[in-house]
Design a binder for this molecule. Structure first.
Ligand SMILES: [Zn+2]
Length: 320
């Protein structure tokens, strides 16, 4: 049996796991991400987290085949510099090289959303499938494309940015600087904005009571809570939100025709309340659905473990 180390670098925690070749996590360990320290010190922390989980698994680095890390950023393979990591305040730092200097085994660094998608295909919700699209509905919208059980990341590994496909021509400004991206309509941040806009128009809505009239207390979950109680304003916001999501996903189906669509992130915790209407709407949007059917949206299963497993399996995904 071969063993790998997978690391998920987040703005809050560095989570690491020893993962076997079947995608099973043997041991997990995490520590806080100290984003205020110099770059080299943070990378040392990351490496130490990886080494510590190996110790805790009762192994040594001799037992480990490779180390993989998912990072909230892109790596430019032309100069091997990390392009931009918003949460960490980094841009153009030699993350792969500095991380590699701490290990004798090969180190792979990829986008964290790609790693999560790979993890779900290897050991999670899409383990019975070869081709999957995953989107993560969080503060932003992460995207991962898995084709033949490998990450598809396009030229310079800059592809698969599904959250930044255009949904509305000249629409709402996105965090990326463009306008009308899927992210600006389907992220948790977008849902909060949409909820507040509906509240301003509907003073009678239950939504106001749920936050005691304090708009700063509106979360992504708030509108679902009110919808569960059949508040009309909330039901309309949720319906519109799911409609945006279905429209965006149907484009990915037209391009990639995956076996399955995986929905992750905080909003996916709504479960069937989100997925049932989403799948109904997809039937109306997917190309040729009536003639040949189409992929279903399913909920991600692994939570944060997906990123650890996918990162650990990066070497297998890269092999030719
Ligand atoms: Zn964008």
């Amino acid at each position: 049996m071969k063993y790998y180390v997978g690391i998920d670098l987040g703005g809050t925690n560095i989570a690491a796991g020893v993962v076997d070749e079947t995608g099973k996590i043997i041991c997990k360990y995490s520590r806080k991400t100290n984003i205020h320290q110099p770059f080299e010190d943070l990378v040392r922390d990351i490496a130490e987290t990886g080494k510590e989980v190996v110790r805790q698994a009762g192994m040594t680095m001799e037992d480990i085949t490779s180390v993989g890390m998912g990072s909230p950023s892109c790596i430019n393979p032309k100069n091997n510099l990390l392009v931009f990591a918003n949460n960490l305040g980094w841009s153009n730092v030699p993350l792969p090289a500095v991380l590699q200097s701490h290990f004798d085994v090969p180190v792979y660094v990829r986008n964290d959303a790609d790693c999560a998608a790979l993890g779900e295909v290897i050991a999670g919700a899409a383990r019975n499938y070869e081709n999957a699209i995953m989107i993560t509905l969080g503060t932003g919208v992460g995207g991962g494309v898995i084709l033949n059980r490998r990450i598809f990341s396009g030229c310079d590994h800059m592809g698969g940015e599904l959250g930044h496909t255009k949904l509305i021509y000249h629409g709402v400004r996105c965090t990326c600087g463009q306008y009308g991206c899927l992210e600006s309509y389907t992220s948790a941040t977008a849902l909060i904005r949409e909820t507040k806009e509906a509240m301003a128009e509907h003073p009678e809505s239950l939504l106001h009571q749920l936050v005691d009239g304090d708009l700063s207390r509106v979360e992504a979950k708030t509108v679902f809570d009110a919808a569960h109680q059949n508040d009309e304003t909330a039901l309309a916001v949720v319906d519109q939100y799911i409609d945006y999501l279905a429209a965006g996903l149907s484009s990915f189906v037209s391009i990639f025709r995956p076996d399955v669509l995986i929905i992750g992130g905080g909003i996916s915790w709504q479960g069937d309340y989100l997925l049932d209407p989403l799948n109904e709407k997809l039937k109306g949007y997917i190309f040729s659905y009536r003639e040949i059917g189409g992929p279903k949206a399913i909920r991600a299963e692994l939570g944060n473990d997906a990123g650890i497993i996918g990162a650990a399996m990066l070497e297998l995904s890269e092999e030719e």
